[in-house]
Design a protein around this ligand. Structure first.
Ligand code: CP
Length: 292
């Protein structure tokens, strides 16, 4: 039984297969490969993109999806996570897609070996499907040639599961990763670290902006979001006419992470990421439910 806790669950050949399948799903009407399959989504944290993207992906491939809302489930009566999961597994789904604030939850559930577990975001540890859809978006943009490209990850890196999974996958794919953040948003890392965005602007092929999660930090670093934005917001003044691909996993905080003007700029591919997310998740479901 294969799970997706983080992208290291996939071999290089499987990642190549995912990129190939996602591209095919994008270019032609997908067959109902998962017609007889049933998925359960179990999201203990809010989501706009990931949950709906999985549902769209599953339905485009003919699968059925049941959503359990933990805020209206017997979790509220004290049922443990493991018991909730085991009871859902007793209904014999073909996989469970889970999001949780705890880093270890997907691994704990996967170790129960009851059904394939797909991590839809866990704490600040991993968000593998986001990393894979970001990889697909970069591979598409650079016509497959991402090895040696340089990406700057900008913002609240230490709180970000997108950054954690993304860094591991991008390094594995041969990209150069630079971290740009104020000291308290910077994780412990052997990667090159910068406080000033201006110091990297002439060196990067890609910028991945992250949501400023000031509310997660105990120490007040900035007086307010405007103060943060003055240093880290991706604006036209900062980008100038440089040929840089601009990404953001969402939700974007307008004029704090990225300016209104840059969100409308053709170099910004935020909605392409969302669109590609459906095709990549179709490829992931095919791999885990059919091929593996
Ligand atoms: N990128 C992402 O995980 O967005 P959601 O939190 O809306 O799912």
């Amino acid at each position: 039984m294969q799970h997706l806790v983080d992208t290291d669950n996939f071999s290089d050949a499987q990642i190549a297969q995912l990129l190939h399948d996602a591209k095919n799903f994008k270019s032609q009407h997908p067959p109902k490969l998962l017609r007889d399959k049933l998925l359960v989504t179990l999201f203990f944290e809010a989501s706009t993109r990931t949950r709906s993207s999985f549902e769209v992906a599953a339905k485009r491939l003919g699968a059925s999806v049941v959503h359990l809302d933990p805020s209206r489930s017997s979790t509220k009566k004290g049922e443990t996570l493991e018991d909730t999961f085991a009871n859902l597994c007793a209904m014999e789904p073909d996989g469970i897609i889970v999001r949780h604030s705890d880093n270890k939850t997907p691994k704990i559930l996967a170790n129960m070996q009851m059904t394939p577990v797909i991590n839809a975001g866990a704490g600040n540890y991993a968000h593998p499907t986001q990393a894979l859809l970001d990889l697909f978006t970069m591979v598409e943009y650079f016509n497959g040639d991402i090895k040696g490209k340089t990406i700057a990850i900008v913002g609240d890196i230490v709180s970000s599961r997108v950054a954690s999974s993304g860094i591991r996958l991008m390094r594995r794919m041969g990209m150069n990763v630079l971290l740009v953040a104020p000291e308290q948003f910077m994780p412990t890392s052997d990667l090159p670290q910068y406080k000033n965005l201006e110091d990297v602007m002439d060196r990067v092929d890609v910028i991945m902006s992250l949501r400023a999660q000031l509310e997660r930090h105990e120490t007040e670093l900035f007086e307010d979001y405007d103060d943060y934005a003055r240093q880290y917001c991706i604006t036209k003044e900062r980008m100038k006419d440089r040929d840089i691909l601009l990404l953001h996993p969402g939700p974007v905080m307008r004029n704090i992470d990225i300016s209104d003007e840059m969100l409308d700029d053709p170099r910004c591919k935020v909605l392409t990421q969302v669109k590609n997310g459906v095709f990549m998740r179709m490829a992931i479901l095919k791999l885990l439910l059919l091929d593996a």
